[in-house]
Design a protein around this ligand. Structure first.
Ligand SMILES: CC(=O)SCCNC(=O)CCNC(=O)[C@H](O)C(C)(C)COP(=O)(O)OP(=O)(O)OC[C@H]1O[C@@H](n2cnc3c(N)ncnc32)[C@H](O)[C@@H]1OP(=O)(O)O
Ligand SMILES: CC(=O)C(=O)O
Length: 534
């Protein structure tokens, strides 16, 4: 990533993936995972990385020790998260507050109650004592040389119930030396207009520097974050891919993209935005969640076009159906081919695949018709690019790519009385003028067929040794107009460098799998640059 300038302190991009993001059900990060994510976030250029709650568990305590030893942060400052001191104690004597200092983090975020009901019911103390807890903890940490941000938990609900008290908490934090007071929509129930009005009033009435932390329970966390910025907030708390407690937090990626591309505000180092898609997917890998295909800006479908009408306009100018150039966020345009495709979709897809269709309208029309016919039978080409490319080349080149010809195949499933099974397949093929008969066993009939195909062909095409089936999906499609149901199989294959998907459709699952396998191997040989011989 190029590094020419880093945004100044006047606007903060604050990431809490390692603290609030880790509160999402299903995420369980090791210290090593946290360190990896911290490196990605620092490279991406966020200003603050909230690493967890030191003292709350050994993992977070170890993370702070190791992060400071092992990572040379180029852009971000490390932030430790914790609560204000216990009621009727001294911050200086509170072990949890001192654990924040011991973490060595230069910045500390303190969560403070700002809703009167929470003070009385959850903290079981008085409103005045809560204000004292805020003042005492902030001033103690500031006197110890730390920069302090205060997260006012349940601020918006608290402001509705008792605006004067909610504002008193903001003033207490700010007057005690907090640099930013962050208004939190902890229950995530707010809507953008409410957030904007509240942030405006609180900014005017308190004069404090304000931030926003929005949970996504109404699906408005990103909109609420931007509404707060519109109202004067200069600190946004977000998480990568929107991970977080319950349904999640404001998603870092659409927030920074909006700030840079729609507001014209530089909040990341120069060039960082172009790394956004990669960073989003890399973090998804570390937390072991499949990246959401439909995530704004960074999802694989964010710039995927399916409708024929869209494609025909995109052919003239991609801007006609895209709100930004996908390159700006490191994503790319993709044309999808399906029964909603028209000529333009096929022409653009041909270009994307490097297949020259010239200006042959008849050829393009034939491809459109074949796609529509095959999709009616149950094929799906938007999920099987490799099968589509084989179909396209067959039409464009006037003959099917053939590396082998199938005489017959057979799969046997044997169930034995002792409960054991055996699966065996035999394939009879022709390749380079030679008749091949190969038999193999497998852990299922499709696996046996796959092995038999390899056993038969690998001697002739050693390139097949590198291929591996990495995904296999079956779907039963309902019969139409009185016909019986059909089966669709999608197979993903890898050669260690790239991956491709193929589709097969038939009345039974083994025949559908065979169709997808034939395309998978044929495409693998095409990719390897092998000349067709049959
Ligand atoms: C809105 C948010 O997401 S804030 C982040 C929340 N994150 C987490 O809770 C994850 C880490 N938490 C933990 O590991 C534990 O809850 C700990 C270590 C912090 C505390 O554990 P315990 O001491 O066993 O307390 P427990 O979790 O049962 O309850 C929290 C205590 O903190 C108190 N508390 C809650 N908020 C605050 C606050 N802002 N200031 C001071 N005390 C607070 C509660 O009143 C309760 O006190 P009690 O023990 O006297 O009843
Ligand atoms: C601080 C925080 O995570 C919240 O209020 O939601």
């Amino acid at each position: 990533m190029t590094e020419t300038s880093t945004p100044d302190d006047s606007f903060h991009v604050f990431d809490t993936t390692l603290r609030d993001g880790a509160q999402r059900e299903g995420i369980n990060l090791t210290v090593a995972d946290k360190l990896t994510i911290a490196r990605h976030l620092d490279d991406f250029g966020v200003g603050f990385i909230e690493g967890g709650w030191p003292g709350a568990n050994p993992r977070d305590t170890e993370f702070f020790a190791r992060a400071q030893q092992e990572i040379t942060f180029r852009h971000a400052q490390l932030v430790a998260f914790g609560a204000t001191r216990r009621a009727h104690a001294k911050a200086a004597d509170d072990p949890q507050v001192n654990a924040l200092l011991a973490s060595g983090a230069p910045v500390i975020t303190l969560v403070a109650k700002s809703h009167d009901r929470h003070v009385e019911l959850a903290l079981r103390t008085t409103l005045d004592e809560n204000l004292e807890m805020v003042r005492d903890t902030v001033s103690y940490l500031v006197a110890e040389g730390r920069r302090v941000f205060v997260d006012c938990e349940h601020f918006f609900d608290g402001y509705r119930a008792n605006p004067e008290y909610a504002k008193a908490v903001v003033r207490a934090a700010s007057d005690a030396g907090a640099d930013v007071v962050v208004l939190c929509d902890t229950n995530g129930g707010m809507l953008p207009a409410q957030v904007q009005a509240t942030v405006s009033t609180v900014a005017a009435d308190t004069g404090a520097r304000l931030g926003i932390h929005a949970q996504d329970d109404t699906g408005c966390a990103v909109a609420n974050t931007l509404a707060a910025v519109d109202a004067g907030a200069t600190h946004v708390q977000c998480t990568a891919n929107g991970y977080g407690e319950r349904v999640g937090n404001a998603n870092l990626f659409p927030v920074v993209a909006a700030l840079e591309l729609k507001y014209g505000k530089q909040v990341l180092p120069e060039g960082a935005l172009r790394e956004m898609t990669r960073v989003s997917h890399a973090i998804a890998e570390v937390v072991n969640l499949t990246p959401s295909t439909h995530q704004p800006y960074v999802g694989v479908s964010a710039f995927a076009h399916k409708a024929g009408l869209h494609a025909s306009a995109i052919k003239v100018d991609p801007d006609l159906y895209q709100h930004i150039d996908p390159d700006l966020v490191g994503n790319r345009i993709r044309m999808l081919v399906s029964d909603m495709a028209g000529r333009a979709s096929i022409e653009l897809k041909g270009k994307e695949l490097g297949v020259d269709l010239g200006d042959d309208r008849e050829l393009v029309g034939r491809v459109v018709e074949r796609v529509k016919e095959r999709e009616l039978q149950g094929y799906t080409y938007e999920a099987a690019d490799a099968s589509f490319e084989l179909l396209l080349r067959e039409e464009a080149e006037g003959r099917a790519r053939r590396y082998f010809r199938v005489e017959s195949w057979r799969a046997i499933v044997e169930d034995r009385p002792d409960g054991t099974h055996a699966n065996e397949a035999t394939v009879k093929l022709w390749a380079k003028g030679e008749r091949i008969v190969a038999t193999a066993e497998g852990n299922g009939p499709v696996n046996a067929l796959d092995r038999a195909l390899r056993v038969g062909l690998e001697r002739i095409y050693p390139q097949l040794a590198k291929l591996e089936l990495v995904d296999y999906k079956v779907r039963i499609l309902e019969g139409k107009h009185g016909t019986s149901s059909t089966t669709r199989v999608l197979i993903s294959t890898s050669d260690g460098v790239g991956e491709w998907s193929t589709v097969g459709v038939a009345e039974n699952v083994i025949a559908a799998s065979w169709g997808a396998l034939e395309d998978a191997y044929t495409f693998g040989l095409l990719r390897a640059g092998v000349e067709p011989v049959e």
